[in-house]
Design a protein around this ligand. Structure first.
Ligand code: DGL
Length: 274
C-alpha cells in the first residue's frame, strides 16, 4: 500500500501559511507539519546552527514516513537546503527529497512587476545569504532587487503581536526603509513565511501602488508541477488526506495559533528534537 507522506517544516508558525496553500492545491495527500518553535527564530542564527537544526528536523520527518520534505522556511532554504541536497541526501539509499521555497519564488517574481524593481523582505539570514538577488538574476537578469531584513517581524508573529501600535511601528519602519531606497518598487515579496501572518498590519501600512506577494500559492503550484514531473515520487505517496502537526514547544499555544493560521482546528503533539 502507498503510504509516503509529505513533510512541511518551518522554524515555527510561518510554514502553516505555505501548508494551507499546499493542502488547498493537493488535498488528497498525507501531510506532517513540524514547527521548531522551541528554537525559533532561526533568522539571526549562524549558517552552522540553521543547517544543524534543519537537518535534525528533516531527518525526524523522514523517520515519520515522509518521502518528500518542503522547507517552508526561507532561512532554512537559504542556509541549509543546498548542503542537505548535495551532501546529506546522496548518503542515503532511499531516494528521499527535500525542496525549498526560494526557487519557486525567484522563478515567478518577474511576472508581478511593471516597473522592473522588486523588494525582498526577509530575515537577516536570508538577506545576508544574497540567495534572492543571485537566483533572481538567473531568471530575470534585468530586474532590480532591493532587500530589507526585518528582524522584529518574526518575533511579532511568534509572540502573538500581529496587530496594534507596536506591530505597526516595526512594519512601517522596514517598509519605509526599503521604499525610500528605491521608490520605483512596485512589488514586495514576503520572503519569510511568517510575514503573511502580519497581513492586516502590512495592508494598513503599504502604499496602494505596491503589491505584496506571499509565497504560499507559488510554492503550492510549484510542488504540484514537481509531482507531475516526478511520477516516481507521486506514486509512492499515500492518499489518505491526513494532516498531523508537531511542535518542539508548548502544544496548547501552538494549537491556538495554528487553528487561526491554518484555518481549521488543529491537534498538535510535542516532539523533542536535537
Ligand atoms: N519562517 C522563516 C522564514 O521563512 C523563518 C523565521 C525565523 O525563524 O526567523 O525565513
Amino acid at each position: 500500500m502507498k503510504k509516503g507522506k509529505i513533510g512541511i517544516f518551518d522554524s515555527g508558525y510561518g510554514g502553516l501559511t505555505v501548508m494551507r496553500s499546499i493542502v488547498d492545491v493537493l488535498p488528497g495527500f498525507d501531510f506532517v507539519y513540524l514547527g521548531d518553535n522551541a528554537r525559533a527564530p532561526y533568522g539571526n542564527r549562524s549558517f552552522e546552527t540553521v543547517y544543524q537544526y534543519t537537518l535534525e528536523s528533516v531527518n525526524w520527518l523522514f523517520d515519520q514516513g515522509c518521502e518528500l520534505v518542503v522547507l517552508a522556511c526561507n532561512t532554512a532554504s537559504a542556509k541549509a537546503l543546498r548542503q542537505i541536497q548535495q551532501i546529506d541526501l546522496p548518503k542515503r539509499s532511499d531516494n528521499k527529497r527535500v525542496l525549498g521555497v526560494i526557487r519557486p519564488s525567484t522563478e515567478s517574481i518577474g511576472r508581478y512587476t511593471k516597473t522592473g524593481v522588486v523588494g525582498i523582505m526577509g530575515t537577516v539570514g536570508t538577506v545576508k545569504s544574497e540567495t534572492y538577488p543571485t537566483e533572481i538574476a538567473r531568471f530575470f537578469p534585468s530586474l532590480r532587487v532591493e532587500q530589507e531584513a526585518c528582524p522584529m517581524w518574526v518575533y511579532l508573529v511568534e509572540h502573538n503581536q500581529r496587530e496594534g501600535v507596536g506591530a505597526e511601528y516595526f512594519v512601517k519602519l522596514h517598509l519605509d526603509r526599503i521604499l525610500s531606497r528605491n521608490p520605483q518598487i512596485d512589488t514586495i515579496l514576503l520572503a519569510c513565511t511568517h510575514y503573511p501572518l502580519l497581513e492586516k498590519t502590512l495592508n494598513k501600512c503599504i502604499p496602494s501602488n505596491v503589491r505584496l506577494v506571499s509565497q504560499g500559492r507559488i510554492v503550492a503550484e510549484s510542488l504540484n508541477a514537481y509531482l507531475n514531473r516526478h511520477p516516481e515520487i507521486r506514486n509512492i505517496l499515500g492518499s489518505g488526506a491526513s494532516r498531523s502537526f508537531f511542535t518542539t514547544d508548548d502544544t496548547l499555544t501552538f494549537e491556538a495559533q495554528a487553528s487561526i493560521f491554518f484555518g481549521d482546528s488543529v491537534r498538535v503533539k510535542h516532539v523533542q528534537i536535537g
